[in-house]
Write a protein that binds this ligand. Structure first.
Ligand code: FAD
Length: 380
């Protein structure tokens, strides 16, 4: 497998880097401090077609490959991890399942608008069902030509900003995970409420809310895929989503590394720039090695997906490793900055706060180790 980028991918990388550094990065700290949704940054990405990069051109998307998406995610997240997750959810967790499992009518109504105007969300987790989504309680019942949803969802990214939501609910309690179905719910549907934003450690500018369904009535044709296919849709969607989150982690880690390098050349202690001390050099060297290795894992997973091959294990490995590396790189960045790393005057604290979530959402590190373990051991 070769890891050379083609002309198109290089152009995407350069375009993403330019918009991220020139337009998104200057806004990141302010959005974070105000916990304000980064609409302006999202608009820049919508203008470039980056909010639905892999959607077919027939539906108004950019028709790009997963590797291009990963490159753009890395650059955007390096500038602003909150914008990164917003972009990732719209691309991988909303547009992907609607394009892959939706009918043409659903795509016309619910996919086209999220290319350059509106946002989508993915609602799987519940207050008592995160790592084990098959134990979800949200229930959907068919009544005449409507589905009636009852229950609640938790931690939904883009919750307060989205217009459309892919929502998972039990339709047959007897069938375990084969009794879960997926639906498209629209903001304003009767009985559908969006809760207040969560106050978070990091990615503070992203919107994370609970959702509730109180006899929420939606038309029968809002079922996404077939009845009972919801769990499969969720798992397939998350496999691709993990490449996006791994790329987000890589972007945060790279930002932390570059920030540490810059500071280590400026800060003087004992009469020398601290970057001249071996103790600092080794910390920086470790992060540089780990981030390069993470990038290889991410690109491998993306290329397998683009080649139409199975990539469950590789996406899990990429997300597991990249997220843990990002956490270590961000921690190193704070340490290299000393007291300054603890202050809002430098972005090191933001990288540190933002990095942690990448090891939690779309499969915690523990769950990913289970996925990888299952794949590596096989049936025995
Ligand atoms: C900011 C944010 C945004 C999010 N966005 C979304 C979103 O858009 N859509 C969505 O559906 N969800 C979203 N989530 C939810 C996220 O995916 C879950 O938080 C995550 O899957 C973990 O679930 P949990 O929080 O219920 O933790 P739990 O499942 O309660 O896990 C608690 C701990 O137990 C460990 N654990 C659980 N089971 C096992 C096991 N079998 N073996 C070993 N260890 C185990 C976990 O790894 C973890 O360390 C988001 C969460 C956050 C914080």
């Amino acid at each position: 497998m070769t890891f050379r980028l083609n002309e198109d991918q290089l152009l995407i990388q350069e375009t993403a880097r330019d918009v991220a550094q020139e337009k998104i990065a200057p806004l990141a700290q302010g959005y974070d401090e105000r916990s304000e949704f980064p609409w302006q940054s999202v608009k820049y990405l919508q203008e470039l077609g980056f909010m639905a990069m892999m959607v077919d051109e027939d539906w108004g998307g950019s028709g790009l490959d997963t590797l291009s998406y990963s490159l753009a995610m890395e650059e955007v997240s390096k500038a602003c991890a909150s914008t990164g997750v917003t972009m990732s959810v719209n691309n991988s967790l909303y547009a992907y399942p609607v394009e892959t499992f939706g009918t043409n009518d659903q795509k016309e109504k619910f996919l086209r608008p999220v290319i350059s105007e509106k946002l989508g969300a993915f609602a799987l987790s519940e207050p008592d069902a995160g790592s084990d989504p098959a134990s979800m309680k949200t229930y959907a019942k068919k009544e005449g030509d409507e589905w009636v949803l009852n229950g609640s969802k938790m931690w939904i990214t883009n919750g307060g900003a989205a217009s459309y939501y892919v929502v998972f609910a039990v339709t047959d309690k007897e069938k375990g995970h084969h009794g879960i179905s997926a639906f498209i719910v629209e903001k304003g549907d009767p009985g559908f409420e969006i809760g207040p934003p969560e106050k978070k450690l990091g990615i503070r500018a992203s919107s994370t809310t609970p959702l509730s369904f109180d006899n929420c009535r939606i038309p029968i044709d809002r079922l996404l895929g077939s009845e009972g296919e919801g769990f499969k849709i969720a798992m397939k969607t998350l496999d691709g989503g993990r490449i996006g989150i791994a790329s987000q982690a890589l972007g945060i880690g790279k930002a932390a590394l570059e920030s540490a390098i810059k500071y280590s050349k400026e800060r003087v202690a004992f009469g020398r720039q601290i970057g001249k001390f071996q103790g600092i050099q080794w910390m920086i060297a470790n992060a540089a090695v780990e981030l390069d290795a993470a990038r290889e894992l991410i690109w491998r997973a993306a290329m397998l997906k683009d080649a139409g091959k199975r990539y469950v294990k590789e996406a899990a490995m990429a997300k597991l490793y990249a997220s843990e590396v990002a956490v270590r790189a961000a921690d190193m960045c704070v340490q290299v900055h000393g007291g300054a790393g603890y202050s809002n005057d430098f972005p090191a604290q933001r990288y540190w706060r933002d990095s942690k979530i990448t090891a939690i959402y779309e499969g915690t590190s523990e769950i990913l180790r289970l996925v990888i373990g299952r794949e590596v051991l096989g049936k025995f």
